[in-house]
Design a protein around this ligand. Structure first.
Ligand code: PEP
Ligand code: MG
Length: 604
């Protein structure tokens, strides 16, 4: 427990903000820098056979070590995490990796150097895309362990003081290193280079260890053994004397306990304090996410990311496999609608089987050849998915309910028309072969590219509904990269410019009488969601874990009072007189004003 921790010399408390929280929770401990050790190159005096022999022994020892480590952990982890350990175990025993190492040794180098050489070769290949980069971190971790086995050092001898709680700081951490630290006294992790989908992050979430990611230039200033408080929920690191941090830790923990003990209760419909009805949906990536649908307040699935199942399997499932999966989701949702987003692959969502599509010129991936652009250019991928979705709807428990399809990354109405044509082709095909078709197929457009916003007049007669994908819309609105810290935190979704843009979309949808929802991450954050309601949005699709906080915010909000306030601050901030008073580079975020409003008006 933090109260019992050893004292450290006092220093000025500091706060590192603007970092990304990857796994929530609070962790207090001492900074421990994780280094990937590398034995420097030595002149080869050993024969290749000797080296191969050493490597073989090291491989056997590595596998035993991994087996022992994972069997200790298996009981503590939920079922879905076991798969991650299995993938890791397979990687440790991968014959391709071993073969490459032997080939390197045959060039006349030491086994240690062969490991480094193969790692460097993989780095070049893997670094070209975010998905493979996460796998590279696992290989990096295994390489370090293999090297330690060769040096006959027990990798469990990480030189750390197990009597004190640890906040591990690393560029990235592999699964095995993470679990090894977890066996010690791990309280939190600070990374400078990782990705939300990394296996280690998934395990950290399962084990309740907070993880944050920050800019390397800032993080490297943290000295070894310094007391740190990691806040994965807020994306913050407090640095200071241990006594100060214990106090902050206790305050934060008490606030959070208080907040979570507020029971909002069960409601059939969700309304604001002044009686405005708000529809909440969930975003789902996996079947496990569907549990929240049992709550009567959740109206359905506002975004089902179909590509996740493809990415998880590393290949394209057959029509039959896809149909079974979609049917399972529809049956779990019962009478509630599920908006199936058609495949959004490409960019950093890579499926190895489609390598020739992702890299048509065998160079780097084409970042924005993704989603509907890619599937219209490769219509068979799209048609097979549509076939599976049609089958799933007609064989589900409620075959008479509509099939909802949502099209990502549209820039032009013509792309929507072409998609509709593919849907019609598939429906005619099913009819021709005597298979049933859904009574109704409702097709919606995702608004993720600003160009589409200026064509809503032409799009309106074609679509059944609209959904704002604010993650991509924000990215293309400000010309930033959503995966890169340097640009991601430069602008705020709560800037008047972006909020006014969203308001314009909402007004257009109202004008053309088209149902509109928002399913980006914005909707899952209470402050951002409050702003969206103030702009006039009434349907939000949020991550399952955000249902409760968003529900509490809605129940405590009076829209009649808030709407004119939001309108006023948006306009105030963009009038030329105010702008000229602002220094160049000053953020135009309304975040602080909105926070103050929420506190003053007791919005939770
Ligand atoms: C979005 O862009 O807001 C969205 C919901 O899609 P994704 O995050 O999957 O790109
Ligand atoms: Mg998107």
């Amino acid at each position: 427990m933090p109260e019992k921790l050893p004292k450290s010399e006092s220093s000025v408390p500091a706060l590192i903000q603007g970092i990304i929280g990857l796994s929530s929770g609070l962790g207090l401990g001492y900074a421990f820098w994780h280094h990937i050790g590398h034995t420097p190159s030595l002149k080869n005096e050993a024969t290749s056979n000797n080296e191969k022999d050493r490597l073989n022994k090291a491989f056997s020892a590595l596998q035993k070590e991994i087996d022992a480590l994972f069997s200790d952990k298996a009981d503590q982890l939920p079922n879905e995490s076991h798969q991650i350990l299995e993938i890791y175990r397979h990687l440790a025993a991968d014959k391709g990796w071993q073969r490459r190492l032997f080939m390197e040794i045959e060039k006349g180098i030491l086994a240690e150097d062969a490991i480094q050489s193969i790692l460097s070769q993989f780095k070049i290949i893997y670094e070209s895309n975010a998905f493979w980069k996460t796998r590279f971190h696992d290989l990096e971790d295994l390489s370090t362990r293999l090297r330690k086995q060769l040096m006959q050092k027990n990798p469990k001898d990480i030189p750390l003081d197990v009597s004190q709680p640890l906040i591990v700081i690393a560029k990235s951490l592999g699964v095995a290193d993470f679990l090894e630290y977890h066996n010690k006294a791990l309280k939190g992790v600070v990374l400078t280079e990782t990705n939300e989908s990394s296996h280690m992050i998934i395990l950290a979430r399962s084990l309740g260890i907070p993880v944050v990611e920050g800019d390397e230039n800032i993080i490297k200033k943290i000295t070894h053994n310094h007391p740190l408080l990691v806040d994965g929920e807020k994306g913050q690191i407090d640095i200071g004397s241990f006594e100060d941090l214990v106090q902050i830790f206790n305050e934060k923990r008490n606030n959070r306990t208080l907040r979570s003990s507020f029971k909002s209760g069960e409601y059939k419909n969700l309304t604001t304090q002044d009686g405005v009805k708000i529809d909440l949906y969930i975003n789902a990536n996996l079947t496990e996410d569907l549990a929240e649908l049992n709550q009567s307040i959740v109206k359905g699935v506002g975004l089902y990311r179909t590509e996740i199942a493809f990415i998880k399997r590393n290949n394209a499932p057959s029509v039959e496999t896809q149909a079974n999966l979609y049917k399972k989701i529809l049956d779990a949702a019962g009478e509630k609608p599920v908006l199936f987003r058609t495949l959004d692959i490409g960019g950093d969502k890579i499926i190895p089987q489609f390598q020739s599509i992702h890299q048509p010129h065998k160079t780097k991936n084409i970042q924005n050849w993704r989603a509907i652009r890619l599937t219209l250019d490769r219509p068979m991928i799209m048609r097979q998915q549509l076939r599976a979705l049609i089958k799933a709807r007609t064989s589900s428990q409620f075959p008479e309910h509509p099939l909802y399809l949502m099209i990502p990354m549209l820039a032009e109405p013509s792309e929507f028309i072409a998609t509709r044509q593919l849907i019609e082709l598939e429906l005619s095909r099913e009819k021709r072969i005597g298979s049933p078709i859904p009574k109704e197929v409702k097709v919606g457009a995702m608004i993720e590219i600003p160009a589409l916003v200026h064509q809503l007049g032409s799009l309106a007669p074609l679509v059944d509904f609209l959904a704002i994908g604010s993650n991509d819309l924000f990215q293309f609105f400000y010309a930033i990269d959503r995966d890169h810290l340097q640009t991601f935190h430069r602008y705020d979704v709560l800037s008047p410019a972006f909020l006014m843009f969203l308001k314009h979309i909402q007004e257009q949808a109202e004008l053309y009488n088209i149902p509109l929802s928002l399913c980006g991450e914005m909707a899952s954050e209470p402050l951002e969601a409050m702003a969206l309601l103030g702009l006039g949005l009434r349907k939000l699709s949020v991550s399952p874990g955000s249902i409760e906080p968003i529900k509490k915010m809605v129940l405590s909000l009076n829209l009649k009072n808030f709407k004119p306030y939001l309108q006023a601050i948006c306009q105030q901030m963009v009038t030329p007189t105010t702008l000229t008073e602002m220094r160049f580079g000053t953020s135009t975020s309304l975040r602080q004003k909105l926070k103050t409003y929420a506190i003053d008006h007791k919005v939770i």
